[in-house]
Write a protein that binds this ligand. Structure first.
Ligand SMILES: Cc1cc2nc3c(=O)[nH]c(=O)nc-3n(C[C@H](O)[C@H](O)[C@H](O)COP(=O)(O)OP(=O)(O)OC[C@H]3O[C@@H](n4cnc5c(N)ncnc54)[C@H](O)[C@@H]3O)c2cc1C
Length: 478
């Protein structure tokens, strides 16, 4: 296929930008060859693709600041990027933008065990933060399923969570301070190595701001001492509704398990075929994990088993050793890969009050019939963070559009049930046009005013988070 001829004006501008960037960065940190920029054309929401103008890979906060100053000068949009695992299209470029990747900024800057903090460059992957402190029996609690690949930068931007966030909270509950570079190159420090800081809580504004307000280059994170032990129990049910009711009863009882994960039949089948985890053949499965000393574990598990037995489970299996515990988790942890082997899928991320789980699951089943696409449900049930996976065929004309329409209905359902559009994956491009379903125009104006204050020209991560028409009007005005 013949490539379209590049616009000479765009080429001249790109050449000028590259020549200015060469005064800041080493040659191998500037990726401007058209074929090579394709490595950055999408993130994990692969349905949308667009190669950037070019990509840069700075190594220090100073380099990030210098790059941003040049882009600000030349009015070039910038899309910050960690590891590109966003499922919401958060790191998707626009054709006129520079991708600013922090992957080379992955050093540990300081560990302070007595004060339980670690300071890292934000390109460091989530799992390797725990890796850096495991010798002293510490760990970093937020554990997205993508933790082997995703970077602290993306975790902060998306306020990411994971299976164990029921007990330990999401990123915002484990983030103490950041170094951030504003679009005009100004470097700012927010928060610190302490629990709270004076002045406005700008750290709270930055965490979850999806690369809209600044580029985060360093982070101070809370680390915790590892618990003495942990043990999961597997509980099977013959209906989604009963499993949902059991989750509500566990939470209501006052016990705080470290994780409660839910899988429905399509998901159980796919995971079992993929991981051979020994899951029972049933309609719904819960994995409930508790941790602490042996006595604490035994006390909590007795109570959970007593609650589960009231709901007539078809299976109730407590892990007897580390191997059995690992097998119980293996299926759940391979859920996305297992589904991907069978079908194309879109992974949604809505949150609902735990008590409306049975209603929402039933309604998703009805919508699945209406749209003619299957859904597999796997999610962090303890905190109501749902991940319905809609199965579709990317090669079948119209299937993606039907899938998107179906997904929008599910997310609206989450809002109507008293929840919200996103639990942990962020808004990105995926949900930007649903924002007015959750917020009034006044609510949204307050958020836009924050964006205006940090990035008056609307150059940072354009066309994300806010409805597209709003962003376009803002950029023209700027
Ligand atoms: C298989 C799979 C499983 C997943 N499971 C989970 C899960 O359990 N929980 C969960 O929360 N998420 C999950 N995700 C989604 C994703 O991994 C998270 O959103 C993650 O935090 C993204 O990190 P990243 O480094 O890949 O960020 P990217 O995808 O590179 O970027 C994400 C966003 O962060 C912004 N950004 C990146 N770097 C910076 C920076 N330095 N400064 C400011 N903004 C920046 C980007 O502009 C973008 O908006 C999963 C994804 C996959 C593919």
């Amino acid at each position: 296929m013949e490539m379209p001829r590049p616009d000479p004006a765009v080429l001249a501008r790109k050449a000028q930008l590259v020549s200015r960037l060469r005064t800041i960065l080493a040659d191998d940190a500037i990726i401007h060859d058209e074929m090579e920029t394709r490595a950055y054309e999408c993130d994990a929401l692969t349905a949308y693709k667009c190669p950037p103008l070019l990509a840069v890979l700075p190594s220090t906060t100073q380099e990030v600041s210098d790059v941003l100053r040049v882009c600000h000068d030349m009015n070039v949009p910038v899309v910050p990027r960690g590891s590109g695992t966003s499922l919401a299209g958060g790191a998707l470029p626009t054709a006129d933008s520079v991708i600013l990747g922090v992957a080379r900024m992955n050093d540990v800057l300081e560990t302070d065990y007595p004060n339980r903090v670690i300071r890292v460059q934000t390109g460091r992957t989530n799992l390797s933060v725990s890796g850096a402190v495991e010798e002293e029996e510490f760990f970093y609690a937020p554990d997205p399923s993508s933790q082997l690949a995703c970077a602290i930068a993306g975790n902060i931007a998306m306020n990411s969570g994971g299976a164990h966030c029921l007990k330990y909270g999401v990123t915002t509950n484990n983030l103490l301070g950041v170094t951030m570079v504003l679009m005009d190159g100004t470097v700012v420090e927010l928060g610190g190595a302490h629990l709270d800081a004076g002045g406005l809580d700008l750290l709270g504004v930055i965490c979850g701001s999806e690369g809209q307000l600044g580029v985060v280059t360093e982070a101070t994170l809370r680390i915790l001492h590892k618990p003495e032990g942990a043990r999961p129990v597997l509980i099977g049910f013959d209906s989604n509704e009963v499993a949902g009711a059991c989750v509500s009863d566990i939470i209501k009882s006052g016990i705080l398990p470290v994780a409660i994960e839910f899988m429905d039949r399509p998901c159980i089948r796919a995971c079992e075929a993929f991981a051979k985890a020994g899951y029972p053949d049933c309609e719904a499965l819960l994995i409930v994990e508790v941790e602490g000393s042996e006595a604490e574990i035994a006390f909590q598990l007795d109570k959970i088993k007593e609650i589960a037995n009231r709901h007539n489970p078809v299976e109730l299996r407590e892990a007897q050793d580390a191997d059995q515990a690992a097998r119980i988790w293996l299926g759940r942890k391979s859920a996305f890969g297992a589904m991907g082997q069978i079908n194309d899928y879109m992974c949604l991320d809505g949150t609902i009050p735990v008590s409306s789980l049975p209603f929402v699951l039933r309604r998703i089943g009805e919508l699945s019939q209406k749209f003619g696409l299957e859904v597999a449900n796997v999610f962090h049930a303890g905190d109501g963070n749902m991940h319905p996976l809609i199965l579709f065929d990317a090669n079948k004309p119209g299937d993606l559009e039907t899938c998107e329409a179906f997904g929008a209905e599910i997310l609206k359902l989450c809002v109507e049930a008293g929840g919200c559009l996103t639990g942990e994956h962020g808004v990105g491009v995926e949900k930007r046009d649903l924002m007015l379903h959750q917020y009034t125009a006044g609510d949204l104006d307050a958020q836009l005013a924050v964006k205006d204050a940090f990035d008056p020209r609307w150059l940072l991560n354009p066309a994300k988070v806010f409805p597209l028409a709003v962003t376009e009007a803002r950029r023209v005005a700027a």
